[in-house]
Design a protein. Structure first.
Ligand code: ASP
Ligand code: MG
Length: 406
């Protein structure tokens, strides 16, 4: 078997952890598997670098930031390689560039354009264990170091696994796998044995922090099988794979919540073509990502209300932009509400089962939780509710859909 293993920040968080990971790797090697390692920076390092740069200036140069941040992964890759080598096995530490991760030039959120991991393959073929610095790449002309966005080591691992056609990409973290919901909120939350890429994608973008969303997209596209598991024990983890017919039998696989959103509402917006286009163009040109949008039918054919959600960190600037536009359009007041949460249920079974939304809404209403906004996809229903009901909503939905049961 050829196995790509990615170890996250807490897994390599200190010297003892690095030693423990090295032992784990060597043990696997003893079973005669080909092994490629990808690592994150030691826990907290990336944030520490960001804070230090922030003390120098409010707006650090992005190229410089990429150079700075990429150093964290270089440190952990080197140390892990040193540890493995010291145990009498052959390891070779590689930067993102040396591993052939070629990206575009979008600093701090670069996209992978090509994978030229010939050197990684040669190393494996000659019995070495490559230890690759995750989260980083190099531009096509080899002139600039880039990073792949927060949590990007997952993407490095999946990309390398797809290039090598690895049998499995193991993502090691500090939790046992993917749960039906946050076990910190519902103690009956159950670890899932298996989940589809699409479900994982929804859960990842909804704030389940086990896998970076872009790595799941990549894995889906190239059908890289992933297993999420803990580096602190030998529990089997959760498989993230292509959908199979079994999965459809389960209507809801998980409940997620996201407390990082804010809702902006504009009243009395003139109801004519081009208004929404103008508003959202301005928001987008300020690099603010809009999630949900609701526009009401106007009762008099002249005015309507529009609400949309943005990440909490962008709420102030989104409100300012909106106020400017409402002024120009002759619309009414724009207000922001920060005390909200997005609560979602996810499951591929929704494609083939009816009544799921009704059940969700009824359950919320039975618990006197008001729904402010609703959005749906084929396999997801999300509601915006008041922040203070987040935990209650997660619990009652987990109960009603019987997620604690196999
Ligand atoms: N060290 C980077 C981060 O903290 C990348 C990663 O951990 O995957 O976002
Ligand atoms: Mg991570």
């Amino acid at each position: 078997m050829l196995i790509v293993q990615k170890y996250g920040g807490t897994s390599v968080g200190n010297i003892d952890r690095i030693r423990a990971v090295a032992e784990r790797v060597v043990k696997r090697r003893e079973e005669r598997h080909g092994i490629v390692i990808v690592v994150s920076a030691m826990a907290g390092e990336t944030d520490r670098f960001i804070d230090i740069a922030g003390e120098l200036t409010g707006k650090p140069n992005e190229r410089d930031m990429d150079m700075l941040l990429s150093s964290g992964e270089i440190v952990s890759a080197s140390l892990l390689s040193i540890a493995i080598n010291s145990m009498g096995y052959n390891a070779i530490a590689l930067t993102g560039m040396q591993a052939g991760i070629i990206t575009n030039t979008s600093h701090t959120k670069a996209k992978i354009e090509d994978i030229r991991a010939g050197r990684v393959k040669e190393a494996v073929d000659s019995g070495y264990i490559p230890v690759i610095a995750g989260f980083q790449g190099i531009t096509e002309d080899f002139s600039d170091i880039t990073t792949l966005g927060r949590g990007g080591s997952d993407l490095t691992a999946v990309a390398i696994a797809s290039f090598l056609k690895a049998d499995i990409c193991e993502i090691y973290t500090d939790v046992d796998g993917v749960y039906t919901t946050d076990p910190g909120i519902v103690d009956k939350a159950r670890k899932l044995e298996k989940i589809s890429y699409d479900e994982m994608l929804e859960l990842a973008s909804l704030g389940a922090k086990v896998l970076q969303a872009r790595s799941v997209e990549f894995a889906k596209k190239y059908e890289v099988p992933i297993v999420v598991r803990s580096s602190f024990n030998y529990s089997p983890g959760t498989l993230v794979v292509k959908e199979d017919s079994d999965m459809e039998k389960v209507v809801v696989s998980g409940v997620a919540c996201d407390k990082n959103q804010a809702k902006i509402t504009i009243r009395d917006v003139p109801d004519r073509p081009g208004i929404a286009a103008g508003l959202f163009q301005s928001v987008a040109s300020n690099n603010i990502v809009v999630d949900m949008i609701v526009q009401n039918i106007s009762s008099d054919g002249k005015f309507t209300d529009i609400s949309f959600t943005v990440p909490k960190t962008d709420a102030k600037s989104a409100l300012n932009i909106t106020k400017q536009i409402t002024g120009e359009l002759g619309a009414g007041e724009a207000t922001v509400l920060e005390d909200i949460a997005k609560i979602s249920i996810v499951g591929v079974g929704m494609r083939t089962h009816s009544g799921v939304a009704a059940k969700m809404f009824k359950t919320l209403s039975d618990n006197s939780i008001n729904i402010m906004m609703i959005s749906t996809s084929e396999i997801k229903i999300s509601c915006i509710i008041s922040l203070k009901y987040t935990e209650l909503a997660v619990r009652v939905l987990h109960d009603i859909f019987e997620l604690e049961k196999e």
